[in-house]
Design a protein around this ligand. Structure first.
Ligand code: DC
Length: 222
């Protein structure tokens, strides 16, 4: 049985950045569960259909999502790594993540992926719902202003035309939606270690997670 590090927290807290580094240091596989909800949102967008339970169920029943070792994302066999990163798809990912049947399908897929080896998985409900027996649980957060600033810089660097206030509003809306939904809301697991990255560097956060992982004597098993 492989080892599991679960990293949960709101958008822009740095989960994927630090999880990728920790994964490469420990020889674990990095699994970005947000990318999977984004793929569902993108499929809905591409279909041109409105978000109704009926259409979403059709899409979810007939979807193939794959993440490769370099965290590339494939939707129905087509690479969509870039396409899923727009603010429009971010919002749709949060919208579709409210539905129980979407969560059930993706949770099953995520558990299968975790069973294949040692993983660091990031998302909103990994330590609480998907892998509640994770060896290490991290709840990574930062102030709304700082998270918006990071996301703004990230989108700008990718050449997207965005405005800081819009990014902050979008993140605040997703925070609210993700933490108040009925099924598997974003909450800190009781046994998760809280890391507030507002005034921390990426390296400092990575070190803190590695320290936790070492204290649990985690080692790559695959
Ligand atoms: O991590 P992210 O920002 O890429 O996630 C996009 C959306 O997907 C997020 O706003 C809520 C949803 N999500 C979720 O409900 N559960 C997860 N484990 C991961 C993401």
């Amino acid at each position: 049985m492989g080892k599991v590090i679960a990293v949960d927290g709101p958008a822009g807290a740095g989960k994927s950045t630090v999880s990728k580094i920790v994964a490469s240091k420990l020889g674990f596989t990095y699994i970005d569960t947000g990318a999977m909800y984004r793929a569902v949102g993108l499929k809905l967008l591409q279909s041109g259909k409105p978000l109704t339970e009926k259409f979403l169920a059709e899409i979810t029943n007939d979807i193939e999502i794959k993440l490769d070792e370099s965290a590339k994302v494939f939707l129905d066999g087509v690479e969509v790594t870039k396409e899923i990163r727009t603010p429009e798809v971010s919002k749709l990912a949060s919208d579709v993540s409210k539905y129980g049947f979407v969560r059930k399908k993706l949770t099953e897929l995520q558990r299968e992926m975790a069973a294949a080896g040692s993983v660091i998985m990031d998302g909103r409900d990994i330590g609480t719902q998907v892998l509640p027996n994770a060896d290490v649980k991290i709840f990574l957060t930062a102030s709304l202003k700082e998270r918006a600033r990071r996301r703004f810089e990230e989108l700008k660097a990718k050449g997207q035309t965005v405005n800081l206030a819009d990014v902050e509003n979008e993140i605040a809306l997703r925070d609210k939606q993700d933490s108040t939904r009925e099924i598997a809301p974003l909450v800190q697991a009781e046994d998760a270690i809280l890391i507030d990255s507002t005034d921390m560097t990426i390296d400092e956060v990575v070190e803190k997670i590695l320290l936790q992982s070492n204290s649990y004597k985690l080692q790559a098993t695959s």
